[in-house]
Design a protein around this ligand. Structure first.
Ligand code: CTP
Length: 392
């Protein structure tokens, strides 16, 4: 079940750090809803936060995004946790005294979920008795504080008041939400991205796979405690250093890497888009244009990687992907049977909403016994968790 965290961002120079907190929460599969105060808007734009969270950002309590839905009440009900990071002295004071004059303070007043507050301000302000009293009031009411750090502050002063480390803040929230660590002790191999098949030293054949789905699965599996090996074709994506990354180029390289790493793994998730054909001859030097109107390129079939490794899979789980433009379910079911795998995640690549490179996806997961389930359209991080929930 996806958890929702409402993140309130207030007027502080550290408002930009909320971006990293949002990204970390999203990687953990959390549905993040952002409320930005007027003060916060002076430091960071709603567009940035909307892009990172994948949801509309709330800035005005009087502007209802959906008619007939009272947003601050709706959001308050939806929240599994409330995080205010960075929290200014002003918002602390309002919350301590029940003042509700904007989207953030009205929503937090209506929320029943646990509230986490990460203050950030100048040390003289933070240590002012009125701020400390407000903190005590809120602590007595059950709000959890993620204490600020000491150091050099943005204003040049040295002291306490710097926003706590973003990794620490995100971890407090995921721990409170009991984000699953159900893959601890498992080794999962994930493949991602396209392959590149060289024609000559400067030309190649590739495809439009962005790698985003495979990377999202690798990150989600890592968050849930698995040891992850990510085998990837050339893509413009970064990996966390806790993930073992193996970069490959061709379909043949991918086959060798999968064989090697699946050997001691518990599962293989094959989200890569390996080329089905590769030039039968790779020219050592650049092919010259010459006088002919045509250039004939002879391609030969590559090995079916899933089919090859599934032959000795034993108890290990294998999930494949099927990118289809038509006869979706029958094509995917035929692939599942032909390759001898446990399940296949069917993607409708003709759907513009979830086209190549998109941050969203929608999957029909088909199992070997003929059952199937539909995920609905979701952000790829949420899809990744949805798939992992169904792997073992
Ligand atoms: N795959 C594989 N080896 C290949 C090609 C694809 O293991 N040489 C894997 C993909 O990673 C994916 C699944 O097989 O998990 C299905 O890939 P897809 O391209 O949809 O199917 P193909 O088997 O290549 O069939 P077709 O291209 O004819 O649809």
């Amino acid at each position: 079940m996806t958890k929702t965290v409402v993140v309130g961002i207030t007027g502080s120079i550290s408002a930009y750090k909320a971006c990293d907190i949002i990204s970390r929460l999203k990687k953990s599969g959390v549905d993040v809803r952002v409320i930005l105060t007027k003060g916060g808007e002076a430091f960071i734009t709603p567009l940035t936060l909307e892009t990172l969270s994948g949801n509309p950002v709330y800035t005005d309590v009087l502007e209802e995004k959906v008619s007939g839905v009272v947003a601050h009440i709706e959001l308050a009900k939806k929240a599994d946790a409330f995080l205010i990071a960075p929290c200014s002295a002003d918002v602390l004071g309002k919350m301590a005294h029940g003042i509700a004059d904007d989207m953030l303070t009205t929503t937090v007043l209506a929320a029943k979920a646990p509230v986490f507050i990460a203050p950030a301000m100048n040390s003289a302000m933070y240590l002012n008795p009125v701020v400390q009293e407000n903190i005590e009031i809120l602590k007595k009411r059950g709000c959890a504080f993620i204490e600020p750090e000491s150091g050099i502050l943005a204003c040049g002063d040295t002291g306490v008041g710097r926003l706590a480390d973003t990794a620490v803040i995100a971890q407090r929230i995921t721990e409170a939400l009991k984000i699953k660590r159900d893959l601890e002790g498992k080794h999962i191999v994930v493949t991602a991205g396209p392959t590149v098949e060289m024609i000559d030293p400067v030309r190649y054949i590739t495809n439009r796979s962005s790698g985003k789905m495979g990377f999202a699965i690798a990150n989600a599996a890592k968050e849930r405690g698995a040891r992850v090996t990510l085998i990837t074709g050339p893509v413009n994506l970064k990996t966390d250093e806790s993930i073992t990354r193996v970069d490959i180029t061709s379909s043949a390289d991918l086959l060798e890497a999968v064989k090697t790493h699946f050997e001691n793994a518990d599962a293989l998730i094959m989200a890569a888009a390996p080329a089905d054909f590769t030039p039968s001859v790779v020219h050592d030097s650049k092919i010259k244009k010459g006088d002919s109107e045509f250039l004939e390129l002879k391609l030969k079939k590559t090995a079916d990687i899933l089919k090859t490794v599934a032959q000795n899979k034993g108890e290990r789980k294998i999930m494949g992907f099927a990118a289809e433009t038509d006869n979706h379910e029958s094509n995917a079911s035929a692939k599942l049977a032909k390759k001898g795998i446990d399940c296949i995640a069917l993607n409708d690549v003709s759907n513009k909403e979830i086209a190549f490179g998109s941050d969203d996806n929608a999957i029909t997961l088909i199992y070997a016994d003929g059952r199937s389930e539909f995920s609905g359209v979701k952000n790829k991080n949420l899809i990744a968790h949805w798939l992992l929930d169904r792997l073992f």
